[in-house]
Write a protein that binds this ligand. Structure first.
Ligand SMILES: NC(=O)c1ccc[n+]([C@@H]2O[C@H](COP(=O)([O-])OP(=O)(O)OC[C@H]3O[C@@H](n4cnc5c(N)ncnc54)[C@H](O)[C@@H]3O)[C@@H](O)[C@H]2O)c1
Length: 435
């Protein structure tokens, strides 16, 4: 099938590449000329395990192309994916200007029937808006269907998530569009995972409900961790105690320094905004966001209660800048909140992240120092603060940390170290909800 993917970010690039991998001819479009120039040379501008090899192979085999020319890409495609960003507007609602700009570009290039697929995360009702927008610009005779097809991939495991999804959600009332989508996705569900066809509004809502549920689990566990600290319980034992319940399960039960990234924060906010638009106050979802905002400040609060309000002259080693491991994405990362808390009180910060150093330099410039390796960040620091649970931080010998750190204090924002072992090694150890 001939496919255009418009918007070549985390989602568009993964979707386009994985669709090429099963034999489709895919053109990925972006307005960012630098990004497209890099991709044409086989360089992937983001860190996503396995992606670069797939891009290079599919490009070399002639199935995957990159361009800034949306007209050409749309004209030759049967299926056009809209995968541009939907950042939060000032009021928290999803800003649809990029989605509607692409819808207009598609409308101007409709020659024969096309399926327009909304891959971006968009509020309920957007598919109808996209349909109306295309109709307005393409005229009454244009032949097309608009399908909602939310994406559930996780950064850091995006290829696997797309190639072997738990489910595919397709929101459409058109039998013609449904059949094309079923054909397109059939190679990815050969192990029997379902393709769920539903109305567009339910498909749009499914994406927000999924992200809100996952964010809820995180905020719930963070709240339990806070209570654990007060009553002298340990969240790690509590997690084992409840995760073994088959009604609860283990995923997304880790207490930590709060969730970040490009999806949970903005999608939770957008869901609140949608509810408000319909006159409803979503109590649970509101609380999820409030707990998370407080959780992102918790490490900084612990540091202040240990060292005092004035941190001038203090130096902190910070391990992990990306919002989670296996990505270089720092959008809404808890590390950004912590850095602001520390530097605004006069502290200096020396940070290391296995993949997000360039991104951090772009965002933070010389507001912090950057270490060439994890251990080097410790030199002369009063404390180690761990924010992102990269695997390479898990098994560092406490003696090595001690040898380089000036102080003997560890703030572990992801509970990756063993509290008893760290204390035995002579550290003052702070975790999240651990004894
Ligand atoms: N990142 C994720 O893990 C993830 C997962 C599921 C869903 N989503 C959703 O997918 C959408 C895209 O997210 P992302 O993380 O890939 O965003 P991104 O910011 O990484 O990428 C968006 C891309 O669209 C491009 N763009 C903007 N306007 C354009 C236009 N008119 N024509 C062509 N390209 C244009 C931008 O230059 C950018 O490269 C969002 O709605 C997001 O919520 C993201």
């Amino acid at each position: 099938m001939k496919i255009a993917v418009i918007g070549t970010g985390y989602v568009g690039l993964v979707v386009g590449t994985c669709l090429a991998e099963t034999g489709n001819r895919v053109t990925c479009v972006d307005v960012d000329e630098h990004k497209i120039a890099a991709l044409k040379e086989g360089r992937v501008p983001i860190y996503e395990p396995g992606l670069e090899e797939l891009v290079q192979r599919n490009s070399a085999e002639g199935r995957l192309h990159f361009t800034t020319n949306v007209d050409e890409a749309v004209r030759s495609a049967v299926v056009c994916f809209i995968a541009v960003g939907t950042p939060p507007d000032e009021d928290g609602s999803a800003d649809l200007k990029y989605v509607l700009a692409v819808a207009k570009a598609i409308a101007e290039n409709l020659h024969g029937y096309k399926v327009v697929v909304t891959k971006s995360t968009v509020p309920v009702g957007t598919n109808q808006r996209v349909r109306d927008h295309i109709r307005k610009h393409a005229g009454p005779d244009a032949e097309f269907d608009v399908v909602s097809n939310p994406e559930f991939l996780k950064e850091g495991a995006a290829i696997d998530d797309f190639m072997k999804p738990d489910r595919v959600v397709i929101g459409t009332t058109s039998a013609r569009a449904r059949d094309i989508m079923l054909e397109l996705y059939s190679p990815y569900v050969r192990t029997g995972k379902p393709i769920l066809v539903m109305d567009p509004a339910s498909a749009e809502m499914t994406k927000y409900a999924a992200n809100a549920m996952l964010a809820t689990r995180i905020s719930f566990m963070n709240e339990m961790a806070r209570i654990c600290e007060l009553v002298g319980a340990d969240i790690n034992h509590v997690r084992s105690g409840i995760g073994t319940d088959s009604r609860i399960g283990f995923p997304f039960l880790f207490a930590g320094a709060g969730y970040g990234g490009s999806c949970f924060p903005k999608d939770v906010r957008a869901l609140v905004r949608t509810a408000h638009d319909y006159g409803y106050e979503p109590l649970v979802v509101n609380a999820v966001e409030q707990v998370n905002d407080a959780q992102k400040r918790l490490l900084g609060d612990k540091i202040v209660s240990h060292f005092g309000e004035d941190l001038s002259g203090r130096r902190f080693a910070l391990w992990g800048l990306a919002f989670k491991p296996k990505t270089d994405d720092m959008r809404e990362a808890p590390a950004l909140v912590l850095i602001e808390q520390l530097t605004s009180r006069g502290a200096t910060v020396c940070a290391f992240d296995p993949e997000a150093m360039d991104e951090a330099k772009r965002r933070l410039g010389d507001r912090i120092d950057y270490a060439p390796a994890a251990l080097a960040a410790l030199d002369g620091a009063d404390a180690l603060v761990l924010v992102t649970e990269w695997n390479e931080f898990r098994h560092v010998d406490p003696a090595e940390i001690q040898a380089r750190l000036q102080g003997a204090v560890v703030f572990d924002g992801r509970n990756i170290f063993d509290a008893h072992r760290m204390r035995e090694a002579g550290f003052t150890y702070y975790g999240i909800g651990v004894r």
